[in-house]
Design a protein around this ligand. Structure first.
Ligand SMILES: *[C@@H]1O[C@H](CO)[C@@H](O)[C@H](O)[C@H]1NC(C)=O
Ligand SMILES: *[C@@H]1O[C@H](CO)[C@@H](O)[C@H](O)[C@H]1NC(C)=O
Ligand SMILES: *[C@@H]1O[C@H](CO)[C@@H](O)[C@H](O)[C@H]1NC(C)=O
Ligand SMILES: *[C@@H]1O[C@H](CO)[C@@H](O)[C@H](O)[C@H]1NC(C)=O
Ligand SMILES: *[C@@H]1O[C@H](CO)[C@@H](O)[C@H](O)[C@H]1NC(C)=O
Ligand SMILES: *[C@@H]1O[C@H](CO)[C@@H](O)[C@H](O)[C@H]1NC(C)=O
Ligand SMILES: *[C@@H]1O[C@H](CO)[C@@H](O)[C@H](O)[C@H]1NC(C)=O
Length: 243
């Protein structure tokens, strides 16, 4: 009788241990994929072209003081955070003919695409690139957002240089759309802006008042994990005591 119940408990314990293992494995696999994905996007961009940032190029000069070079990218020097932020990108003279997106480089201050057979470039590639302050393009191309989006546009060494991104939210000329009430305008790349809701407002056109429910969602997720773990621990402990 006792042996039977012991076996039964063991079987149940094995089952719940298996369940927890599967759960943990799933979490691990998901996290690992996210990690690999982000590594891939960086690799795709920084190894898009042979070699490293070209010596004595504008990106090289910029990176000397502010970052470190890996492949064709310049990463921010930051030892307090293990997130690698791209602050410079040198894809000049890489025989690139088509650029669809620039992956994770929206944090870049300087990007060099000069000396490439690129015939056209969509403005949307630079959407979100709000730090970008120096952009080198093949001479035939226009600066993204047009000349009006930059402080200075010039030609040098067969490259078009777009310098000093203008803050579209702070122009004397009114932008054709105004941000709705309860929101403010912030720059979002050359020629782009975004309207962010003021603190305590959210939803479509920022018309809803109150905190965004992200904290609630996170709370529920964390809460259910804790509840499940506690339940597992409790049932298993109780079974162990019973035997
Ligand atoms: C790169 O972008 C992906 C999503 O596109 C993001 O999950 C990842 O954190 C980014 N990596 C870096 C280093 O910014
Ligand atoms: C980290 O940064 C601080 C200052 O920003 C510097 O003094 C320190 O040497 C750095 N540590 C490493 C390991 O690079
Ligand atoms: C380092 O990274 C942290 C977190 O991402 C950020 O808050 C901080 O400003 C960065 N430091 C520098 C010097 O950029
Ligand atoms: C472009 O790269 C090739 C080798 O890939 C090199 O021979 C040439 O000098 C480079 N041109 C410029 C302008 O840097
Ligand atoms: C670039 O031009 C080609 C044709 O010349 C067109 O098919 C393509 O959609 C254009 N790409 C962009 C990003 O505008
Ligand atoms: C922008 O400025 C450059 C250099 O000053 C000039 O060559 C180009 O024609 C201008 N583009 C437009 C659309 O005005
Ligand atoms: C807006 O522009 C004015 C003059 O052009 C400048 O003095 C001010 O600092 C700018 N404000 C912001 C937030 O960029």
């Amino acid at each position: 009788m006792i042996i039977e119940s012991h076996d039964f408990v063991l079987a149940k314990m094995t089952a719940s241990v298996t369940a927890s293992t599967i759960y943990l494995c799933t979490v691990f696999i998901v996290l690992f994929n996210v990690y690999v994905d982000s590594q891939d996007t960086d690799a795709q961009l920084c190894q898009m072209c042979e070699g490293t940032v070209r010596q004595d190029s504008p990106v090289w000069d910029f990176c000397l003081t502010k970052g470190h070079i890996r492949g064709r990218c310049c990463f921010e020097n930051n030892n307090t955070s293990n997130v690698d932020t791209i602050i410079g990108l040198d894809l000049a003279n890489c025989s690139i003919s088509h650029v669809e997106h620039l992956y994770n480089s929206s944090t870049a201050f300087i990007i060099d695409l000069s000396n490439n057979p690129i015939s056209n470039l969509s403005n949307f590639i630079f959407q979100g690139f709000s730090h970008l302050s120096q952009l080198f393009l093949p001479s035939k191309l226009e600066c993204p957002g047009g000349n009006a989006s930059w402080e200075k546009v010039e030609m040098k060494n067969n490259a078009k240089i777009c310098e000093g991104q203008k803050d579209i939210c702070n122009q004397t000329v009114q932008i054709p759309w105004d941000c709705p009430e309860n929101s403010f305008c912030s720059p979002y790349g050359p020629g782009f802006f975004e309207c962010s809701c003021l603190h305590n407002f959210h939803g479509y056109k920022c018309m809803r008042q109150g905190e965004f429910p992200i904290f609630k969602v996170l709370g529920i997720l964390t809460g259910s994990t804790v509840v499940v773990s506690t339940l597992l621990w409790f049932t298993q402990r109780r079974k162990v005591k019973n035997t």
